[in-house]
Design a protein around this ligand. Structure first.
Ligand code: CP
Ligand code: NVA
Length: 321
């Protein structure tokens, strides 16, 4: 196998087979937390945050340590990057010391710039546009509950709420890559960017999937295998709280809406959740909700992703399975 530097900046940075390989590796890590230790040394992974985090911070910190490595966590307030040091300069420094860089930031252009200057894998830990690590964990959760990774292809997944946010975009691209029927429902003005929908349709066509974007939450959820939602106000949008509260009420995931999905449909939410807003307590704390498995799977999915990226970079095929 040829050594190749790969990044995970958006969900379609991997193809169908590669996504499957990463999820299968995730299933292995679910069974055995210490299945592979590619960062033995310990080798450092820099984990940078320009926005708050609980799950991403803990799962990357613990995940890197469980892979035998050392997580170097840097917050915006304690970094020169946060004071305006050029992304290229920070990247050139970190790339000399760390085996990978993980970054939660604002615009997608920022992480793409980092990747251009990096000689180690760069992982998107959430931008305004995408959250690929979360969706890997979400798909791992479906695999966990539905008998393995092969079950994903052909499934119907529905996301209801802010259709223009990072989660909606990531479900479009990752679901298309998996060959799923992906349905996104949001109010007018909060639907995905046409360019992302176009990319998703092209990828779905290659993998036997399908893409629907609609303003009708009931049509989106009907007969679905898994229903997702997310906050109506993403990080960085707090000043829009008042204008964002009104248009979303028809898109609340409640018992009535869940009742339209398959009887055994799962409910997932990336968290943090706002009970009584995008989801009722009866759903998120109810029998179909798998949100705690989903949160735990961040750990396994990201360990799989880091192992896979390091394997590609070293040209070490044994790390890919
Ligand atoms: N879901 C998620 O990314 O959570 P955090 O913001 O807590 O990392
Ligand atoms: N859409 C949310 C996801 C949080 C994990 C946000 O960006 O704030």
């Amino acid at each position: 196998m040829k050594a190749q530097l790969r990044h995970m900046l958006r969900d379609d940075d991997v193809n169908h087979q590669e996504q499957k390989q990463i999820l299968q590796l995730g299933m292995r890590f679910r069974e055995d937390r210490f299945y592979r230790r590619p960062l033995d040394g310990p080798q450092a992974v820099a984990v940078l945050f320009d926005k708050p985090s609980t799950r991403t911070r803990s799962s990357f910190s613990i995940g890197v340590a469980e892979l035998g490595g050392y997580p170097l966590v840097i917050d915006k307030s304690g970094s020169q990057l946060g004071r305006g040091e050029p992304i290229a300069d920070t990247t050139c420094v970190l790339t000399r010391m760390a085996s990978a860089i993980v970054w939660r930031t604002f615009g997608q252009d920022r992480i793409e710039e980092m990747a251009r200057h990096s000689s180690v894998p760069v992982i998107n830990a959430l931008t305004d546009q995408f959250h690929p690590c979360q969706v890997l964990a979400d798909f791992l959760t479906i695999a966990q509950w539905r008998g393995g990774v092969d079950a994903l292809k052909g499934m119907t997944i529905s996301y209801v709420g802010d259709g223009a946010n990072n989660m909606a975009n990531s479900y479009l691209l990752a679901g298309a890559t998996a060959g799923m029927d992906v349905r996104i429902a949001g109010p007018n003005g909060f639907l995905p960017d046409e360019r992302i929908v176009r990319d998703a349709r092209r990828i779905a066509a290659d993998n036997g999937g399908d893409i629907t974007v609609t303003t009708d939450p009931r049509a989106a959820v009907s007969g679905s295998d898994c229903v997702f939602t997310d906050t109506w106000v993403s990080m960085g949008e707090e000043s829009e709280y008042a204008i964002r509260s009104k248009p979303f009420w028809d898109y609340q995931v409640n018992d009535g809406l869940m009742g339209l999905a398959k009887p055994d449909a799962l409910f997932q939410h990336c968290l943090p959740a706002y009970r009584g807003k995008e989801v009722t307590s009866s759903v998120i704390d109810g029998p179909r909700s798998v949100v705690w498995d989903e949160a735990e799977n961040r750990l396994h999915a990201q360990k799989a992703l880091m192992t896979w990226l390091v394997g590609c970079q070293r040209g070490d095929e044994s790390l890919l399975a």
